[in-house]
Write a protein that binds this ligand. Structure first.
Ligand SMILES: NC(=O)c1ccc[n+]([C@@H]2O[C@H](COP(=O)([O-])OP(=O)(O)OC[C@H]3O[C@@H](n4cnc5c(N)ncnc54)[C@H](O)[C@@H]3O)[C@@H](O)[C@H]2O)c1
Length: 306
């Protein structure tokens, strides 16, 4: 089938594109290259359209003849959304609405990347899909708005769609070198360079880290079965890892203790995050998590080669 991947030059997108091509699908990418990079797609047989999901004509043209859309394009950072809430809303909420309009016109199946940040101030753990949502950052609010639009298009127009709430995704191709980079690539990068690791807060905060291979496998399964679901589905396997455990594991794999510098917590970040994977396992019984040690090894290997 022909699949449009919005944000396909980014971290998760470029991993997904590789998998789609390996399974014989035709792939088109729509990306404004704001955080993604063309060299993530080097040597791959993909049709890359440089443009924004906030441009209705660009989205409509890119989606014209596709049978499915994986909608990943977004401004993905919590602190960046706190600094620029209107920019986050425009890309993440309005951009999603425009992608849905294009999907409605082409009758495409939609797989949408929402986020665990929709739960926000709700501290109950582990997270189940029916728990109340109340974002604590503009990023989380924009993702909640976007997944609500996805669900409303299922009801109002019969659009076939599923919204997956990603938790903390990590793996090869995730950039370590920008202001809003995620913890695992930042730590791995600095550890390999022999520099101290910067931990925001005390490092006791926890995350349900999910390797990108598992995210790609779930997305692929949803796509190939044209799976449509009437509520958002959490995508993480229920492990709770402290930020300091990440530091320890990287040190263990490099065979040395790592220096850590603590800085102020980042605005908008939740303290703890963990999924209850019951629904995920029901819908995707064939997908297994990548063990954390193997996942960290994959990041270090990729960075050594990059
Ligand atoms: N990485 C995670 O831990 C995580 C967690 C929850 C949700 N998500 C969601 O998964 C999706 C992919 O995230 P990622 O980690 O690969 O981030 P990323 O920044 O690497 O990828 C996002 C891609 O979207 C592109 N993009 C941004 N704004 C755009 C616009 N207006 N028009 C077209 N392209 C645009 C960027 O250039 C980039 O290639 C995002 O929607 C993100 O919110 C990611």
């Amino acid at each position: 089938m022909t699949v449009l991947v919005t944000g396909g030059a980014g971290f998760i997108g470029a991993n997904l594109v590789r998998s789609l091509l390996a399974r014989g699908h035709d792939v088109r990418v729509l990306d404004d290259l704001s955080t993604g990079r063309l060299d993530n797609l080097d040597g791959l047989s993909v049709d890359v359209v440089e443009g924004s999901i906030t441009d209705p004509d660009a989205v409509a043209a890119a989606a014209a003849d596709v049978s499915a859309i994986v909608h990943l394009a977004a401004r993905g950072s919590v602190p960046r959304s706190v600094a620029d809430p209107v920019g986050a809303h425009t890309a993440n909420a309005t951009g999603t609405l425009l992608v849905l309009e294009a999907a409605r016109a082409s009758r495409a199946h939609v797989v949408f990347s929402s986020s665990s940040s929709v739960y926000g101030v709700n501290t109950a753990l582990p997270k189940r899909e029916e728990m109340w949502t109340q974002p604590m950052s503009p990023y989380g609010a924009s993702k909640l708005a976007a997944e609500s639009y996805v669900m409303s298009y299922r009801s109002a127009y019969g659009l076939e769609a599923i919204a997956l709430r990603f938790f903390n995704v990590y793996g090869p191709l995730q950039r370590p070198d920008h202001d809003y980079a995620a913890a695992i690539p930042r730590f791995a990068w600095r550890a390999l360079a022999g520099e101290p690791l910067v931990v925001h807060g005390d490092g006791e905060q926890t995350r349900d880290f999910t390797h990108v291979d598992a995210v790609v496998a779930v997305t692929m399964s949803a796509l190939e079965r044209r799976l449509s679901w009437d509520r958002p589905v959490n995508l993480a396997f229920g492990e709770r890892t402290r930020v300091l455990d990440v530091v320890e594991e990287i040190g263990r794999q490099l065979g040395r203790d790592l220096d850590v510098v603590h800085e102020a917590p980042r605005p908008g970040d939740v303290r703890d995050s963990q999924n209850d994977p019951t629904l995920l396992r029901e819908l995707f019984p064939e997908v297994s998590p990548v063990p954390f040690r193997d996942g960290i090894a994959s990041v270090l290997d990729w960075m050594r080669r990059a």
